[in-house]
Design a protein around this ligand. Sequence first.
Ligand code: DX5
Ligand code: ZN
Length: 226
Amino acid sequence: MSEDRFVLSPSLLSSDFSRLHQELTALEEAGLQWVHWDVMDGHFVPNITLGPLIIEKCRGKSSLFFDVHLMIERPDEYLEGFAKAGADLLCVHAEAANHLERTVSRIRELGAKPAVALNPHTPLCQLEYLLPQLDMVLIMSVNPGFGGQKFIPFSLGKIRDLKKMIQDQGCKTLIQVDGGVDLSNAGELVACGADVLVSGSAFFGHPPYRQRYQEFRETVRGVRPG
Ligand code: DX5
Ligand code: ZN
């Protein structure tokens, strides 16, 4: 975690894929520490994006923390490939894994940090017993598959409830929020308990990146801790 109360993880989905290397360099130069990779398989979600090969090629050219969001069916079959490609964190969807505990343990065995994503309709109780094993929980605040969608307001209550669950269990799990995050809700999300904000269109659509990052930091700084 940085000295800020939150980490910003820009979602490359809204970046210029034809200039991926330059985009990663620009993020580092702008002072970002994390970058969010959206992996989509055309089955779990309607869209198709990228696989381990692209991540591996970029790994050698970037020291950013690679936060990899797997929106794919049968994630177990691909964990090793993504870990070897250089993912620092692997986030699987609870809805896509039949044996989630096994999947999470496998991610850690492979040397990556395990995280689980929940679609908007998926209740938190699915993670009640797994929470201590997770480095992060991703609360989807849109239905996954596309950038630029509208934030679903009930996600705020879900973040508050998750924060309480984490505190009650005394664990250190981070809360990440993904979908429709922008300057208008970033402060409130952090006040509710979010530690990592993913932003695609509201970040890449507003260069220069250093200035945009600064705007996110300032909005969050203006909000009282929750
Ligand atoms: C959506 C992806 C997000 C997406 C967010 O399925 O998981 O990471 O890129 O994009 P914005 O911030 O534009 O909603
Ligand atoms: Zn994502």
